[in-house]
Write a protein that binds this ligand. Structure first.
Ligand SMILES: [Zn+2]
Length: 794
């Protein structure tokens, strides 16, 4: 057995047993040339030796051009490493071993704990608490020096929103306080106030000290944005600043109906942006224009809301997003990493980088900081990140591990990433549908129930489109005019809080002939959550709240969103659609065939629903392919019959505008219900609504079994298609125990206009795939898909 790293008492070791996903290197693949075989075995041999890997091995015929050294660190650093230092680590940090691990794993940058709650260098500030076992050692400085010697970028990591008790005793007025003046605590620590001199004087001094000592390329910060939304700080600094800004006292209670509370929310967001700018001003003044302070951000919009981090505004000022999004939950699935990458690139730009902290330990549910995350689970999370333009950043907690398996997980992934990095960045996504979102909707409509009101409807569409393999993108509601021009359809999943400008952008999109799929309470509120008398997009969807109807209060709204009643949808009564409006008389009339939006449901006249609907007024020309059947008992079974088998309450409304755009409005919350209940009918109807609105024009068709997340990109004369195989016994129950292959898959990709043919190269096997081109589409077969396939088409 090969071994690298010393095997001795208390030191990390690296005993390589094998690389789980590496193809057997010693057998030529049929059709492979001697040169290809040699190249491949060279790579595999390097993996097995697992010692320092030399310069790039090109497995791709036309090879990546490499990364120009003159790019700034935030554009050239493709792979990152973080050994999150614990207090005991100064006694056992084997720096030479970790340097070899940096090299083995092809990283170009490291994130090193420097200061904040714990200092890992001898700070001149007495209140900057030194880690328990640091003594006078400069562990941070030694590591920063080693990394710089190895040619790596260094980000000094801060964790800055709380301190030990002695700091609080020295400056009690720098700390967040409740209405009674008691300090907010987090375990044994005291939470600092973001409006205090701690952020304005102390932290800038610490940043300058670190820059003077070690000249890092930049800074990250684990918890830079202070007290979260769950608590109101009543310290004197906050009271004064809020009064100076708004002329009001701090809100006494959390109350979304109070304009003062909503003002407090906005004021908090603005303060975090001031802190972002202040930190950058400090680091750039002390460390030069390239010394950026880049914080850290979450992959969840709801988490960003809880922390008052305005993602759009942050991305407008950021060169890079350091993403702290380490693992999936059962309900979000691996596809959540694809969502995060695409959503953030949509704000940041696709030319910029989004390294993501990827836990090599058991993160998720449950957490075991010192145990390896099962390799297939870690692997799929990483691959899903690659598919959405995320760069790897391996993360271990502690510098010494008795579970050494975690050291091996990232190595083959990073080697593949290095070989193919030019194909994984600077790409333009190709998609059919844009799912529209905004942080304001999460805050001012989601209020205290963002999961039920905002996240689930969004996720329902994500899951439906992933399952249907319809390529999609998140589109911020303020960016519709900019980002939606190449999309066939916009989806508004219960996007309730919308500004007039956002509504106008949707109108422009439809006037250009773009399809719309709009659900639930979309556009019923303005951007700060004030109710409109009718849908803001009523003219587009041809649907109105009946005049004088009592509005649903927030309590009833939450109840409806969380409950599942025994209700149904009736599909086109008597297998036909009802057309409303003056041209058919006052009464609904029966017309034509069942609407194509119901394709696939020919053998049923009902679908399970679960929600509650009320009457709506419809304009002329609206077609209602599905209506509401009110709830009836499930038990005892003798009572389980429809007391009211049909109503005229619309559940699904379709129409066309003058420009021929197909417009779907779905009062029934099938998006939310699909995310929660996972009923195939709900997902199928959501996907079919998007297909119909897109006039069946899809740039990608993938046929064959499995739950596969497909991401298509355009890049200088070629297209790149990722397919990540999420089919697994652990798909909805983390962690994945083993990878399970699916296939064969028939793939068809639309070529850019004017392209006459294309060749297809697998970036995973390095082999060319047989393909045919017909009618502007290239077809090929992926025989077996284990974890991922990435094909270069062009
Ligand atoms: Zn305060």
């Amino acid at each position: 057995m090969l071994s690298c790293g010393r095997v001795w008492k208390g030191k990390p070791t690296f005993n390589l047993i094998g690389v789980t996903t590496m193809r057997d290197a010693n057998t030529p693949i049929s059709g492979e040339t001697r040169r290809e075989f040699f190249k491949r075995t060279l790579v595999a041999t390097a993996a097995i030796a697992a010692t320092d890997i030399g310069p790039a091995f090109d497995v791709v015929a036309d090879g990546p051009p490499g990364t120009p050294a003159d790019l700034p660190w935030w554009r050239r650093t493709m792979r990152w490493a973080q050994t999150n230092i614990t207090e005991i680590d100064p006694t056992r940090y084997d720096i030479p071993w970790w340097r070899r691990h940096w090299k083995r794993t092809q990283v170009q940058g490291v994130i090193i704990n420097a200061g904040g709650i714990f200092a890992y260098y001898p700070s001149r500030f007495p209140l900057h608490h030194r880690a328990a076992y640091l003594g006078d050692r400069d562990l941070y400085g030694e590591l920063a020096r080693a990394a710089h010697e190895d040619g790596l970028a260094v980000l000094a990591r801060m964790d800055s929103n709380r301190t030990h008790e002695d700091f609080y005793r020295a400056h009690p007025d720098w700390f967040a306080a409740d209405a009674a003046g008691r300090p907010y605590r987090a375990g044994e620590f005291y939470v600092t106030c973001i409006n205090s001199p701690y952020y304005e004087e102390f932290l800038p001094d610490v940043l300058r000290e670190i820059i003077e000592r070690s000249h890092p390329e930049g800074f990250t910060d684990n918890s830079w944005s202070g007290l979260g939304r769950g608590s109101i700080c009543y310290c004197a600094n906050c009271a004064k600043k809020f009064r100076d800004r708004t002329g009001q006292a701090l809100p006494r209670l959390k109350n979304w109906d109070d304009p003062g509370y909503r003002e407090w929310i906005k004021w908090n967001y603005a303060r975090r942006l001031e802190i972002w700018d202040l930190n950058n001003h400090t680091t750039r003044a002390a460390g030069g224009a390239g010394c950026l302070w880049v914080g850290m951000n979450s992959g969840s919009v709801t988490s960003q809301c809880q922390e008052f981090r305005d993602y759009k505004a942050i991305c407008e000022r950021a060169e890079i997003i350091m993403l702290d999004h380490q693992a999936r939950s059962d309900s979000l699935g691996f596809q959540d990493n694809g969502v995060a990458g695409k959503l953030i690139h949509g704000l940041l730009g696709w030319e910029k980088l989004i390294p993501e902290s990827m836990a090599m330990y058991q993160q998720g549910r449950p957490v075991f900081r010192l145990a390896s995350k099962p390799e297939p689970e870690a692997r799929l999370w990483v691959l899903e990140g690659f598919s959405a333009g995320i760069q790897p950043w391996w993360h271990h907690v502690g510098a010494y591990h008795e579970d050494r398996r975690m050291y091996r997980t990232i190595e083959p992934l990073n080697r593949w990433h290095k070989d193919n990095e030019a194909r994984l960045i600077n790409r333009e996504p190709v998609a059919t549908a844009g799912i529209v979102w905004s942080q304001q909707n999460t805050d001012f409509y989601g209020r205290d129930n963002p999961q039920e009101l905002v996240d689930l409807p969004f996720r329902g569409f994500v899951n439906a489109l992933v399952r249907a393999r319809i390529p999609w993108l998140p589109v911020h509601a303020d960016h519709i005019d900019r980002d939606a021009t190449k999309l066939a359809v916009l989806v508004l999943p219960n996007l309730a809080a919308m500004s007039e400008n956002q509504c106008e952008s949707v109108r422009r999109f439809a006037r250009r002939g773009g399809g719309l799929v709009i659900t639930g309470e979309s556009s019923l509120f303005n951007e700060t959550g004030a109710a409109r008398p009718d849908f803001g997009l009523a003219d587009i969807v041809g649907t109105h709240l009946p005049a004088g109807r009592t509005r649903v209060d927030w309590g009833a709204r939450i109840r409806r969103a969380t409950e599942t009643s025994h209700s149904y949808l009736r599909l086109a009564p008597e297998l036909r659609a009802r057309v409303y409006g003056p041209e058919t008389g006052a009464e609904p009339a029966i017309t034509g065939e069942r609407h194509p939006i119901l394709r696939g449901f020919d053998d049923t006249d009902i679908l399970p629903f679960g929600g509650t609907l009320e009457m709506l007024d419809l304009d002329a020309g609206c077609v209602v392919p599905a209506t509401f059947i009110p709830a009836f008992p499930t038990y005892p079974p003798e009572t389980a019959w429809m007391a009211e088998p049909s109503t005229t309450i619309p559940a699904l409304i379709v129409r066309m505008n003058r420009e021929g755009a197909r417009i779907v409005y779905m009062p029934a919350d099938l998006d939310r219900r699909f995310a929660r209940d996972n009923l195939p009918d709900h997902g199928a109807l959501l996907a079919q609504a998007v297909r119909w609105a897109a006039k069946d024009e899809l740039p990608l068709v993938v046929e064959g079994p499995g739950f596969i997340d497909c991401h298509l990109y355009r890049q200088a004369g070629r297209q790149v298609l990722h397919m990540v195989n999420l089919t697994n016994a652990g798909t909805w129950r983390a962690p994945v125990h083993e990878l399970i292959p699916v296939g064969p898959l028939q793939v068809q990709v639309k070529l850019p206009d004017g392209a006459r043919g294309a060749s297809v190269l697998s970036l995973v096997t390095g082999r060319k795939l047989a393909s045919t081109t017909e009618n502007g589409r290239v077809s090929f077969v992926v025989r077996s898909l284990l974890d991922h396939e990435v094909t270069l088409i062009g």
